[in-house]
Design a binder for this molecule. Structure first.
Ligand code: NZQ
Ligand code: ZN
Length: 387
């Protein structure tokens, strides 16, 4: 296990009616707030009205930025920065899923930066002194509610790139599982696949001696496999939604990646290239790509890691490691099938046209992945396997 520092600074307020603590949390930072939200789910559910009334009760001034899209666009980020500067905002309050929280992080970072906020994604600048951010999570998936990452889409260049800093971790996040009761089947399944993919990214690394971290990942994977299907069948099952919501945060707050060099993250980078062009739901792209990435990188030297996951998560035993490893990958695919997720890009109307371009763009900063380095050709091959 490698040395590490671990500080997941976000205060989590978890459970029913935690919204009652919102105003006090906000006032620890500012009494001038920008509420950010998406395309209407929080209006429809009544959550936005509740948020506004909680702020109004304590005389907290608020402005609004609505209409943030899934795969959040740079244009929304720029609009948010403008509002924050013009209205002297002191805290951003993201109400929604990962896209809303991500856009809000970019707004928070861009507020304090004189250049183009896209510079954070192209690695020309790093965030410093961002505005504080709080979140009210409505979809269990990305872990953005407890980490310092954001992924932003630049429609002009058809790029979707991450930015990140520990400074961008939300100061607080309210996680009331009831807010996720209205998430539809598609997004529930995609969110579950996304949580599992974050665990895969940190599990399949070349590091040794990280039994604890890998054991935590296995426990969270089993939680997703137990509760994902229940949430699909019974959207208002509190325990299912609660377990998925906490799984979302723990899968990507740094916990399972501690003591390792870094996660692999190549499947995420490939998915980002796909969704940059085709605006695909992130977790759906991962469900299609991940089993193919696994098949592509599996070899006799690394099979033991698949064997371990197969045994501990899926109960797979086979004397031949390669057979056990392949059975594990098949079991993962089968579970995604059970969630009703597609297994090929053609099912979501994505043709081969841009596969080579996607491979090139994914490698714009060099080959990707640590479990196995992937160059443009390898990425194109994985996309071919996924068509
Ligand atoms: O826009 P609204 O109307 O709110 O609807 C959203 C959206 O259509 C809807 N939704 C959210 N909560 C709901 C709900 N519908 C009904 N009831 C609710 N309670 O769900 C749709 C998807 O929302 P979105 O925020 O896009 O989903 P998600 O949380 O999966 O976020 C995806 C984005 O996060 C990025 C992805 O690449 C993608 O852009 N990621 C961010 C990460 C991070 N910050 O650490 C890591 C991830 O790997 C990921 O890359
Ligand atoms: Zn993800």
């Amino acid at each position: 296990m490698k040395n590490f520092n671990f500080q997941a600074g976000t205060k989590i307020l978890f459970g029913k009616n935690k919204i009652n603590e919102l105003a006090d949390e906000v006032l620890q930072h500012s009494n001038r707030v920008l509420i950010t939200y998406g395309q209407g789910s929080v209006v429809k559910s009544g959550l936005l009205d509740t948020v506004k009334s909680k702020l109004a009760e304590k005389d907290i001034h608020f402005e609004e930025l609505s209409g943030i899209q899934p795969n959040p666009r740079l244009a929304s980020v720029k609009e948010g920065i403008k509002i924050c500067r013009e209205k002297n905002i002191g805290l951003i309050l993201a109400v929604g899923g990962g896209s809303i929280i991500d856009a809000s992080k970019a707004i928070a970072a861009g507020f304090a930066y004189d250049g183009d906020v896209w510079d954070f994604c192209t690695r020309k600048a790093v965030p410093s002194s961002p505005l504080p951010l709080g979140s009210i999570l409505t979809l269990a998936a990305t872990g953005s509610e407890m980490n310092g990452s954001a992924v932003i889409t630049n429609q002009e260049t058809q790029e979707k790139l991450p930015m990140g800093s520990d400074l961008l971790r939300p100061q607080f996040s309210i996680l009331d599982p009831v807010y996720t009761f209205t998430v539809n089947k598609w997004q529930t399944a995609a969110g579950t696949a996304d949580i599992m993919s974050h665990l895969f990214e940190n599990y399949f690394t070349p590091d040794m001696g990280t039994d604890l971290q890998d054991g935590i990942a296995e426990a969270i994977l089993k939680t997703c496999m137990k509760y994902g299907p229940i949430a699909l069948e019974e959207p208002e099952n509190y325990e299912a939604r609660a377990n998925l919501m906490w799984a979302s945060s723990l899968a990507l707050n740094g916990l399972t990646g501690t003591g390792k060099m870094t996660g692999d993250w190549s499947t995420h980078m490939i998915e980002h290239e796909v969704s940059a062009i085709y605006d695909l739901t992130h977790g759906v792209g991962l469900a299609i790509l991940f089993p193919n990435w696994m098949k592509f990188v599996l070899n006799e030297r690394n099979a033991f890691k698949f064997v371990r996951m197969g045994k501990n998560v899926f109960g797979i035993e086979d004397a031949d490691p390669m057979v056990a490893a392949n059975k594990t990958i098949d079991a993962i695919r089968k579970f995604f099938d059970k969630l009703g997720l597609p297994s090929t890009l053609s099912e979501v109307d994505i043709p081969e046209t841009h596969f080579v371009e996607m491979g090139k763009k994914a490698c714009q900063f060099g080959p990707i992945g640590y479990f196995q380095r992937l160059n443009e050709t390898a990425i194109t091959q994985i996309l071919e396997m996924s068509k």
